[in-house]
Every structure is written in structure tokens, then in C-alpha cells.
Design a protein around this ligand. Structure first.
Ligand code: NAP
Length: 277
């Protein structure tokens, strides 16, 4: 039995490490593999997924939207998100799911953050921000600002889901930061350890209790600056493992060993990127 990650590139991924740790811990005789798939090979990959020995797959950049169009059926969440990060092979029928949505929520629910009452700012309007907004809408979020470099993309998201308002990634944001309980970085800025989606001095405007949640699963200038200001922080590793754990639950119908998966992911991250990501 096999599972794998479809994306391009995928070599940096931690998924095989923490998924294999879960399979081995539970004693499921399956292998989780890396399936690098350039866009012009996606159709072949979809055919391969229908083989009887394939349980399913995870999907990452750049295929989440294309796979949503290629599977036989979409689960309601994947339909709302317009993106698939998990595929289930059920008797050669491919079902598309989206576990980024519960994955994003998991660390917040675990910390008892009251999403419906929290004043939330999301930076970014790409695929990850979309999953975040679906998640926040599901949880009755009432106060949301979506800020993006390309304002029209933020406006399109806000109007599609009927929540929040759109702003540019510009000084106008400083007006809302003093009344923000949760700041989410869903842009791709920060992964290189060099840049921040907003000037880090703007963090001085946040209330002392505001949680800074960066979906990047390694250390970023935004997280470093938030910690230096004694703000609570959360990086993307817990989300990454939580989305994988939810995929595991869908593939096998059993509760995955989250702590074993998280520890394996932490160790692999430390090895690859240094102790703190
Ligand atoms: P994406 O669809 O390519 O979107 C990228 C976003 O970043 C867009 O909003 C884009 O703004 C913004 N951006 C890019 N370059 C910028 C720049 N120089 N200045 C300002 N804004 C810029 O990427 P994605 O799939 O949403 O992924 C975003 C991040 O989330 C990635 O770092 C990814 O690793 C992370 N992520 C983490 C998890 C997890 O499990 N932890 C899951 C999914 C994603 P424009 O619209 O203006 O281009």
C-alpha cells in the first residue's frame, strides 16, 4: 500500500517523515512517498492514483486548484475552498478533500481562541489565505480584515465569502492593528528568513495579548520580531501536522498519533533548518 505527496517541487517536504512515523507507530504496512509532478505530468499522476495499491495522496503547490478540477468528486470543504490538498482513492474513484481548513483551526481551537469574537487580520489572498477565510467563515468570524499586496485579490475573497473587508498591504493597516486579537501571515513572505510582509515596527501597535500566527513552518522575521515584543506567537508547523493528521484520519478511518507526528516533524525541521526552524 502506498501514499504520497504530489507537488513540484516536493523535496523540501516534511510530510513523508511525520506520515511515515504515524504509519509505523500504528503498524499500518504502507509507505508514504514523494511524487514530484511537473504540471505537464499531472494528468498521468491522476491516472496512477487510481491503482488499487494507492490509498491516496496529499497535494501541494502548484496543483491544489488543478486537482480540484481533476478528481471525480469534491467533499463540501474542498468545494468551498476550490482547492484540494488530500485525495482519497475509493475503488478507483478519486475524492478531493481539503484538510488545510481544519489544520489551520486546530492550533487555535487547542488554545481556546474564541474565533467568532476575535478581531482578525489576515495578510495574503492566495491559496492559503483562501483556506483560512473558509475556516474563519465556518467558525462565525465577525471581524476580519484581509490585507494583500494586490488589493483586488483581497476584495474578491471578501466578496466571495461575504465576510470582512479588504485593505492593501499599506500604512492604512496601522489603523486596525491596535484593535487586533489575531494577526495571520498567509503570504509567502518570510520563508527565506529575510523579509516580512509588513514592517516589523507595526507590531508595536498590537495589543499585548494579540497572537501572531505565521503559516510558514520555520522561523520568520515576523515571528522573531513578535517574540522580541513579548507577543504570543505560533508558526505553521502545528498546522502542517494537523492537516496531515486529518488526511490520515480520512485515509484510514483511525485517529492518528498526533504527538508522535508532531515530534517527528519538529526533529526533521530542526535537522533541516536549525533548532528553531
Ligand atoms: P500563493 O497562493 O502563491 O499566495 C502568495 C501570497 O503571498 C499572495 O497573497 C501574494 O500577494 C503574497 N506575496 C507574494 N510575494 C509577495 C511580496 N513580495 N510582497 C507582498 N506579498 C507577497 O501561496 P500560498 O499557497 O497561499 O502559500 C502562502 C504561504 O502559506 C506559504 O509560505 C506556504 O508555505 C504557507 N502554507 C503553510 C501551510 C501549513 O500547513 N503550515 C499550508 C499552506 C500554506 P499577491 O496576491 O499580491 O501576489
Amino acid at each position: 500500500m502506498r501514499l504520497g505527496l504530489i507537488g513540484y517541487p516536493v523535496e523540501h517536504s516534511l510530510s513523508p517523515i511525520f506520515q511515515q512515523a504515524a504509519l509505523d507507530a500504528i503498524g499500518i504496512p504502507a509507505r508514504y512517498e514523494l511524487w514530484p509532478t511537473p504540471p505537464d505530468r499531472l494528468a498521468d499522476r491522476i491516472i496512477m492514483l487510481r491503482s488499487p495499491d494507492i490509498i491516496g495522496a496529499n497535494v501541494t503547490v502548484p496543483h491544489k486548484e488543478a486537482v480540484a478540477r481533476a478528481v471525480d468528486r469534491l467533499a463540501p470543504r474542498a468545494q468551498r475552498a476550490g482547492a484540494v490538498n488530500t485525495i482519497l482513492n475509493r475503488d478507483s474513484q478519486l475524492i478531493g478533500e481539503n484538510t488545510d481548513i481544519p489544520g489551520f483551526l486546530f492550533p487555535l481551537v487547542r488554545r481556546s481562541l474564541p474565533i467568532a469574537d476575535a478581531r482578525i487580520v489576515v495578510l495574503g489572498a492566495g491559496g492559503a489565505a483562501r483556506a483560512v477565510i473558509v475556516a474563519l467563515a465556518e467558525h462565525g468570524c465577525r471581524s476580519l480584515v484581509v490585507a494583500n499586496r494586490t488589493l483586488q485579490r483581497a476584495e474578491a475573497l471578501v466578496s466571495e465569502f461575504g465576510i470582512g473587508r479588504a485593505l492593501p498591504l499599506a500604512p492604512v493597516l496601522t489603523d486596525v492593528l491596535p484593535a487586533t486579537d489575531l494577526l495571520v501571515n498567509a503570504t509567502s513572505i518570510g520563508w527565506d528568513g529575510a523579509a516580512s510582509p509588513i514592517p516589523v515596527e507595526w507590531l508595536d501597535l498590537l495589543p499585548a495579548h494579540a497572537l501572531v500566527y505565521d503559516l510558514t513552518y520555520r522561523e520568520t522575521p515576523l515571528l522573531i520580531a513578535a517574540r522580541a515584543r513579548n507577543l504570543p506567537t505560533l508558526d505553521g508547523l502545528e498546522m502542517l501536522v494537523a492537516q496531515g493528521a486529518e488526511s490520515f484520519r480520512l485515509w484510514f478511518g483511525v485517529d492518528p498519533p498526533f504527538e508522535i507526528m508532531f515530534q517527528a516533524a519538529q526533529e526533521a525541521r530542526a535537522q533541516r533548518f536549525g533548532t528553531n526552524g
